[in-house]
Design a protein around this ligand. Structure first.
Ligand SMILES: [Zn+2]
Length: 557
């Protein structure tokens, strides 16, 4: 195993762990384990762009290192079907080209993504049933059922001759799992007795000290909320992938005599995947907006996408009046329940959406008012329990921001881990029982999914677009004759900057003409171009206080 770029030599008998994403952020989970010249990949998810990246749909990990080693890749295992664990598989499949192991629900989600990329026939997708054991020599991988905010989350016990690594994925201990399996405590304890060399685990909720309420509590609470609001329309927004929450909302709505209508493409898509893999049992087909429109307001409950204020979600469309003829109208006396957490970075968008809904007369209900959401990640109480069962020698916290990881490192020492390692994306950790250490780095980076193209985050197109969004843009066209004299006048167009009618436009044209008076036949095109650009930049900066994107088209006859 050798990476020529960094002259990194990994000894063949070393067992190594390399995060290519997910170790220094929440999202974009993408991990590699290496041993005896072979590689095992775990998860391949997207990141969320947040503010400051206009037009970028999502972020992807740079998997160049995987592409360079794909002939030695024994498989890609997906722990669960959340976008930050499965969302980049289809887009980056060319870099992997190895068998993909997924549970039935995740395979439904993956199938859609592969189809969109035209890869359905090429990709080798292996479906894993509960508590499976797969031999991916030199790794033997056992799937351990867990609970989380999506069906079929799994932790992995990755056994090698050097020892066992438990890779948790996202998890929490839910006593009464309302769908799917309960956490397999028995198996976890057995693995703990066998001995665990390293635990690679979720740090998302490390600051929550006590065990959070369960989904069962949320279901009961939703029943109470719906009963206390018998009039007007009820809208509930939650993550589309939270199948158990959709089931909870259905059961609570049924008790209040309301039928459920789904609004939003991703909700319908997940509903389809859930039903195809055996969930939503006993729940009739949800109503379409057309069917719901025939019922009185107090007999319907709408489940909508848009809990994070996403601009193209069903909830956002309702306030923007971009709805179809059957879409409900938000009015005074209606209630909007946000049955989800705020993903850090989305605060502004959510607040803006809530403001628009309130302006329409609706009232907002969030987890501050009622128990309408619980986290799917482990609190300190859950984490401590897991450490007690597994007794890992080495703790490797992942899935968190720097503060989460630092806290997890401290706590893991308290909970008995002999070593606790802070690792950054791209670092290579030698998981050695006696002396684990970072032995090098591999190239990593973040890519942006920009429409249909994948581009580096620092690409010119992204930089230019950011500049356009903050400062607008200005395009100047100038035609010069053979003597370098201006023909007619300069043409100036501005976008998001000046009014076409504004007197500044005329002033700017006059300034450009004046600047061109001083040039001679010998002046180079580049120099003329730069002169015009400088005049325009200085004028716009002085008059608008902006630094727009400026483009000069110079035509010399
Ligand atoms: Zn998750």
């Amino acid at each position: 195993m050798e990476n020529k770029k960094n002259e990194l030599i990994i000894p063949k008998d070393s067992l190594v762990f390399i995060p290519l994403g997910g170790a220094t952020e929440i999202g974009m989970n993408c991990y590699l384990y290496g041993y005896e010249g072979k590689w095992l990949a775990v998860d391949c998810g997207i990141g969320f762009p947040g503010e400051g990246l206009p037009g970028v749909d999502c972020l992807l990990p740079d998997t160049t290192f995987i592409a360079e080693h794909k002939k030695d890749l024994v498989g890609l295992i997906i722990t669960h079907a959340h976008e930050d664990h499965i969302g980049a598989v289809a887009r980056l499949w060319e870099d992997y080209q190895c068998p993909i192991y997924v549970t039935p629900f995740a395979s439904e989600i993956l199938r859609n993504k592969l189809q969109e990329e035209g890869l359905l026939k090429r990709a080798d997708v292996q479906i894993i049933e509960k508590a499976s054991l797969i031999d991916l020599n030199p790794f033997q991988v056992e799937f351990i059922s867990m609970t989380h905010s999506i069906p079929e989350p799994n932790s992995l016990a990755i056994r090698t001759k050097k020892g066992t690594i438990v890779h948790t994925g996202d998890w929490k201990f839910e006593k009464n799992s309302l769908i799917g399996e309960k956490p397999d405590i028995k198996l976890l304890k057995e693995i703990g007795k066998e001995g665990v060399l390293a635990l690679v685990s979720d740090s998302t909720s490390v600051f929550d000290e006590v065990h959070a309420e369960s989904e069962e509590d949320v279901r009961e609470s939703l029943k109470k909320v719906f009963k206390e609001h018998p009039y007007g329309k009820l809208f509930v927004t939650c993550f589309a992938s939270n199948v158990v929450r959709v089931e909870s909302i259905y059961h609570a709505a049924k008790e209040s005599g309301r039928k459920v209508c789904l609004m939003g493409r991703s909700l319908w898509r997940i509903d389809d995947a859930a039903r195809n893999s055996g969930y939503m049992q006993g729940i009739p087909e949800f109503l379409s907006e057309r069917e719901a429109s025939e019922l009185p307001s107090e007999k319907v409950l709408y489940i909508c996408t848009g809990s994070q204020g996403e601009p193209y979600s069903a909830l956002s469309k309702l306030v923007q009046k971009r709805t179809n003829a059957f879409a409900p109208e938000v009015r005074e006396g209606d209630f909007i329940i946000f049955s989800s957490r705020i993903i850090p970075g989305n605060e502004k968008e959510i607040a803006l959406l809530q403001k628009k809904l309130v302006a329409k007369g609706a009232q907002i209900i969030t987890e501050r008012d009622y128990l309408v959401h619980v986290s799917g990640h482990p609190s300190q109480e859950d984490m401590k329990k897991l450490y007690q069962m597994l007794m890992p020698t080495i703790s490797i916290p992942v899935h968190g921001e720097a503060l989460h990881l630092a806290e997890h490192i401290q706590l893991s020492r308290k909970w008995g881990a002999k070593f606790s390692i802070g690792i950054q994306d791209g670092e290579v950790l030698d998981i050695d029982e006696e002396a684990p250490e970072i032995i090098g780095e591999v190239p990593v980076g973040i890519l942006a999914m920009d429409g249909k193209k994948i581009v580096p985050l620092n690409a010119d197109v992204i930089r230019q677009r950011r500049k356009m969004v903050s400062g607008g843009s200005c395009v100047v066209t100038v035609v010069l004759d053979k003597e370098r004299h201006l023909i007619g006048e300069a043409q100036v167009s501005s976008f998001g900057l000046l009014d076409e009618e504004a007197k500044e436009m005329e002033e700017l044209k006059a300034l450009i003409s004046k600047e061109l008076e001083g040039i001679s036949k010998k002046t180079s095109k580049e120099s003329i171009n730069e002169k015009i650009r400088l005049v325009v930049r200085r004028y716009l900066n002085r008059n608008t206080g902006k630094k727009p994107l400026i483009e000069v088209h110079l035509v010399c006859l």
